[in-house]
Design a protein around this ligand. Structure first.
Ligand SMILES: *Cc1c(COP(=O)(O)O)cnc(C)c1O
Length: 354
């Protein structure tokens, strides 16, 4: 960061390209196109597909709003589908059932750090000839093993993957940041153009683009933090394993399900409180004990006023709706000490009378 300050190359300085190359190498040789944030990455991924206005984009009903916001802003129609009750990830059967002649893309989200069913989603997208976009804001570094033995990094399977360097993400900056991933060199060049005013060279514009760039200062910091990512991921996984061991036997809660085909980088460690009516009481109890928890997400996207125009009624996505009332994300980060974690575990057990 000192070097960047001294050089004053705040926009598109050398660290941006260096970071992109290093992240690409880490992700098994993908092309990485940095941009301003994860939401822009989704917007740019959809812009790159050149879909006609009103084309349908299938997204899960249980996700962060940015996943469909990008589609809605571009005049595309988000089509929501329900998720699976155990992994929280999009239900591939529901995706397939939602496909119409107007479907333009499928956006899968690797929620909380574990890959969606990339095997089935990839085969659906191939069979129907439509792009699979992976919203990988929460699972950077996770891998998925296909039935044929191939292993791939989350975000590098579909036509385009997107990610975010929002400070709380697994690879977080000191502000906003994001990136697109693709294995296709030609697509990578077009995405670069789109993120930089649609220009092929300075002042020559091939298409209508965005001004969406990763600051050089953020890139310089992210280069250093990328080197710590494997260690930090392992630390998150160790925290998750300790929660699993301690909480599996506590009646009244369900620990997060693991998909054997995916590694889990535990952006969140999210339990379900089986009697949903006690979830808020547990959160309040923990808050009083000094344990912060979060609810990702309290309201499914179809119940948000902004998306009422899509016309979905309550009851349409029963799993997403139930999860919003049952999930609770516990403290998890690479610096959580065993002692702090033990305190969280003891308090949760106490709440359930253990
Ligand atoms: C964080 C997040 C985004 C948006 O990323 P920003 O960098 O905050 O724009 C998109 N999708 C998911 C699933 C996220 O968790």
């Amino acid at each position: 960061m000192r070097e960047v300050l001294d050089s004053a190359a705040f926009i598109q300085g050398p660290a941006v390209g260096q970071f992109a190359a290093e992240l690409g190498e880490y992700l098994g040789g993908a092309h990485v196109i940095p941009c301003a944030n994860g939401t822009d990455a989704l917007t740019l991924a959809l812009m790159n597909l050149n879909l006609p206005t009103g084309a349908e984009v299938i997204t899960p009903a249980f996700t962060y709003v940015a996943t469909l916001e990008a589609a809605a802003l571009l005049g595309l129609r988000p089509v929501l589908v329900d998720v699976l009750p155990d992994t929280f990830n999009v239900d591939p059967a529901a995706v397939e059932a939602a496909i119409t002649p107007r479907t333009g893309a499928i956006v899968a989200v690797h929620l909380f750090g574990q890959c969606a069913d990339l095997e089935t989603l990839r085969s659906i997208s191939t069979r129907h000839g439509m792009a699979l976009i992976e919203d990988n804001a929460q699972a950077l570094g996770a891998t998925f093993r296909f039935g044929d033995g191939e292993t791939a990094f989350a975000g590098a399977v579909g036509a385009v993957g997107t990610t975010s360097f929002f400070p709380s993400k697994n690879l977080g900056g000191l502000g906003d940041g994001g990136a697109l991933l693709t294995r296709d060199a030609e697509r990578a060049a077009l995405l670069h153009q789109l993120a930089n005013h649609g220009q092929s060279q300075k002042y020559y514009h091939q298409c209508i683009g965005l001004n969406s760039r990763l600051d050089t200062l953020q890139a310089a910091l992210l280069r250093v933090k990328l080197r710590q990512l494997p260690h930090n991921t392992a630390a998150r996984q160790a925290v998750a394993a300790r929660y699993d061991a301690a909480l599996a036997a506590v009646p009244g809660i369900a620990i997060p399900a693991r998909d054997a085909r995916s590694s889990h980088v535990f952006h969140q460690y999210t339990i379900q409180v089986e009697d949903g009516s006690r979830r808020d009481a547990l959160q309040l109890f923990l808050q009083k004990c000094g344990v912060p928890t979060m609810i990702y997400y309290p309201l499914p996207v179809h119940a948000q006023p902004a998306y009422a125009y899509l016309g979905y009624q309550a009851g349409k996505f029963p799993v997403a709706e139930r999860l919003c009332g049952a999930v609770l994300s516990l403290p998890i980060h690479p610096l959580l000490t065993a002692e702090q974690q033990e305190y969280v575990i003891v308090r949760i057990s106490e709440f359930f009378g253990q």
